[in-house]
Design a protein around this ligand. Structure first.
Ligand SMILES: *Cc1c(COP(=O)(O)O)cnc(C)c1O
Length: 466
């Protein structure tokens, strides 16, 4: 007891710390608030350790300062930070979805650091619309008559339903009442928009006559929702957008398609099947189409609405539009991304999402081998490392049934468990997110950038030796 009291009384005070040369150095680079918080925090921890009997030696400013130094660094680091995605999931919603192209990032920098003509008509010297910049390119790429962008696709769906179907009925197949990542569920978005959901068909089969039989005086829309993140297989039937458009024409009811992903190039060419392009959906004569900016399109978070002018114009009069409007940084990067689609061959190379999905298996294998060689050199016999074949996924509610052959670096640690290795990498600097399979940690080379290899190898090395 005596010694605990003595140890406690010998802890330097906050004031003493503030007068020390250490503080002088800290205060040169960090805000006073952070330095103070770090000193108080570390001193409190030391006090608790002493009381628990875990500390028996005398504490001086010199012995405590490394802890404070570390705490200052932690407190002043940004919470949102870049990481290495070694999961192989290209569009990973938890990891920020699409990685932007260089051109998109450049344009964000340009617009962010300057005034711009965001809502200003330069020719006429008067107020303009933020949506006008992106309309021509979206019309050209999609073939639609008009276009509008909002905050994200959930907002796009909400805005459309609220504009066209407030207190009126919208017919949707029971096979398409999807949930996308928890917070977006078609029935709930419908309710939030004040549209009335009229479910038809069954989970596995919906026929054209189901829609036709459900039509009534209160029906204002037929909605087709792309089954983005799952696939019905077996005894199934769904009605195509084309058929819905025909039915809609007959009864003068508009048809809307929520495409989810918004693929702008024909991925069939690259051996990826099952994702309709925006252009092909517009060709059916559908009235309104919505999709995300940051799924297969590979741009920023945004909700893109393309369709017939009459309908898109009506959306612009809804006061909700202001609440879900796109910000200028997203607009800047979206415009740059869309412009890249004018040269498809280049787009596939320069837009990271498309590049990672369409890269050849040889390129992935080469990258995996490069990681493997570096690791072997650096970690010696701390782990068994080998390159093996595996499967990656598109993710982000895209191409659920498509398996992409890939190569992974499999790491089996010798001195720690694979779970321990996974955790250390996850909380490391930078964090590395990988998956575990059959008692090995897998680094999927599909989503690791060439420029990240050095840092990745370093992280694995640090995680294995500490
Ligand atoms: C992803 C998705 C949404 C939501 O889009 P966000 O851009 O994430 O808001 C809506 N509908 C479908 C079919 C989707 O796949």
């Amino acid at each position: 007891m005596q010694t605990k009291q003595k140890l406690l009384s010998e802890i330097p005070s906050v004031d003493e710390f503030l007068k020390s040369p250490y503080s002088k150095k800290w205060l040169e680079s960090y805000p006073r608030k952070i330095v103070l918080r770090a000193i108080r925090y570390v001193l409190e921890i030391k006090r608790k350790e002493i009381l628990k009997g875990g500390l028996s030696r005398e504490l001086s400013i010199g012995t405590i300062s490394p802890d404070i130094d570390q705490t200052i660094k932690e407190l002043s680091a940004y919470k949102l930070k870049p990481l290495i995605n070694a999961t192989g999931v290209v569009i990973h919603t938890n990891l920020g979805r699409a990685v932007l192209s260089e051109k998109a990032v450049e344009n964000i920098n340009l617009i962010a650091g300057s005034y711009s003509n965001l809502e200003y008509e330069l020719q006429e010297g008067k107020r303009g619309k933020r949506y006008s910049h992106i309309k021509p390119i979206l019309k050209e790429l999609s073939g639609a008559g008009d276009a509008l962008v909002v905050n994200n696709n959930a907002a796009a769906v909400l805005l459309c339903l609220n504009t066209f179907a407030k207190d009126r009925e919208v017919i949707v197949s029971r096979g398409e009442l999807v949930e996308i990542g928890g917070s977006f569920r078609i029935p709930e978005v419908m309710r939030a928009s004040s549209a009335i959901l009229r479910e038809v068909g069954t989970t596995n089969k919906t026929h054209l006559y189901d829609y036709e039989n459900a039509l009534c005086g209160n029906t204002v829309m037929l909605l087709k929702v792309h089954q983005s993140n799952y696939k019905l297989i077996g005894f199934t039937e769904e009605v195509s957008v084309e058929e819905l458009v025909k039915l809609g024409r007959e009864y003068k009811i508009p048809v809307m398609a929520d495409l989810g992903s918004g693929c702008m190039i024909d991925l069939e060419k690259y051996g990826i099947h099952g994702e309709p392009t925006v252009q092909s959906i517009i060709k059916t004569g559908v009235d309104i189409v919505t999709f995300s900016g940051d799924k297969l399109l590979g741009g920023p978070q945004a909700g893109i609405i393309v369709g017939k002018e009459k309908f898109v114009q009506k959306l612009q009069k809804n006061p909700l539009l202001r609440a879900v409007r796109i910000d200028k940084l997203s607009l800047a990067s979206l415009e740059a991304t869309l412009m890249q689609y004018l040269d498809e061959e280049k787009a596939v190379k320069e837009i990271p999402t498309l590049c990672m999905l369409t890269q050849s298996i040889d390129v992935i294998k080469k990258r995996a081998k490069k990681i493997h060689v570096s690791l072997r050199k650096d970690i010696g016999n701390q782990a068994l490392v080998e390159v093996i074949k595996d499967q990656s996924h598109a993710g982000g509610g895209s191409l659920p049934e498509v398996n992409f052959p890939t190569f992974v670096v499999s790491i089996k640690p010798v001195n720690i468990s694979v779970n321990e290795l996974e955790e250390r990498l996850r909380i490391g600097e930078p964090p590395v997110i990988a998956r575990i399979k059959d008692d090995a940690l897998l680094i999927d080379a599909r989503t690791v950038g060439d420029r990240e290899i050095k840092s990745l190898v370093n992280c694995v090395k640090t995680a294995l030796v500490t």
